[in-house]
Design a protein around this ligand. Structure first.
Ligand code: ADP
Ligand code: MG
Length: 253
């Protein structure tokens, strides 16, 4: 049996009469890149917020390292969250802090490390994402791609065993998107942590995924390696791949 870090069982969530998650079942394997693919509005961000305990389900279970987290109180949740690094969709940097301060923030907030130690780690992470030398700029002074990279450095700074990414390549140009994908793949190979990536960029994600899960109609309708997913005869996947191919060809004109 595979080593499972996150196990989601029959997860359901509605907002008034909008049923977004309708019985999601998923197992995330340790030390792999799992990509959750789904159309815009299919509930990917809602699913991610459940995994880190920012939203409570109507029913269902989420197990993280053998602990069922949907019933934890806020202080237990906080402890659980130290396992996670998160790169939110909009990078969610603090506007008034420099890039360096943004990346240092989790270390200052969550650890009792000495100044020199913090400096060593932050500089190393900034180097890893290619932002060394831009560290005293404010988020408003750098490009979208650099903000994403700063968000990535911040998500990795505590060396968490699980890193969650919400649309890491959305809203950046194709070249930057490729750089970010390589960066994600390189750091995962180096650090061997569990990465869960949520995205609608099916072509990009198939390049780096170990496992792909397709979210549609509030359920995971397909799960497997990229090769397995492509060979499955599932209408939603064919549509998704077709649309992505048309977009890619269109972009090369
Ligand atoms: N806090 C909320 N309150 C009400 N509806 C929400 C909330 N968050 C998300 N939704 C709805 O849930 C659906 C899925 O949203 P989301 O998970 O953000 O989609 P995506 O797959 O694009 O990330 C959408 O219809 C959205 O309007
Ligand atoms: Mg989203």
């Amino acid at each position: 049996m595979e080593d499972v870090v996150i196990r989601i069982v029959e997860l359901k969530k509605s907002f008034e009469n909008n049923r977004v998650l309708d019985g999601v079942n998923l197992e995330v394997e340790r030390g792999k890149i799992t990509v959750i693919i789904g159309k815009s509005g299919s509930g990917k961000s809602v699913l991610l917020k459940h995994i880190i305990g920012l939203m409570k389900p109507d029913s269902g279970e989420i197990w993280v390292d053998g602990v069922e987290i949907t019933r934890l109180d806020e202080s237990e949740l906080n402890k659980m969250r130290t396992k996670f690094g998160v790169l939110f969709q909009e990078a969610a940097l603090f506007d008034s802090m420099t890039i360096w301060e943004n990346v240092a923030f989790p270390l200052i907030e969550r650890t009792k490390m000495r100044k020199e130690e913090i400096k060593r780690i932050v500089d190393e992470k900034l180097e890893q994402v290619g932002l060394f030398g831009h560290d005293d700029k404010l988020p408003s002074e750098v490009s979208g791609g650099m903000k994403k990279r700063a968000g990535l450095a911040r998500a990795l700074v505590l060396d968490p065993p699980v890193v969650l990414f919400d649309e890491p390549t959305a809203g950046v140009d194709p070249v930057t998107a490729l750089t970010i994908l390589r960066l994600i793949q390189d750091t995962q190979r180096k650090l061997k942590k569990t990465y869960v990536i949520i995205s609608h960029d099916i072509i990009g994600m198939f390049r780096i995924a170990d496992k792909v899960a397709m979210l549609s109609g509030g359920k995971i309708i397909a799960y497997g390696t990229p090769e397995e997913i492509i060979s499955m005869d599932v209408e939603e996947i064919s549509q998704f791949l077709e649309a992505a191919r048309i977009k890619e060809i269109g972009g090369k004109k």
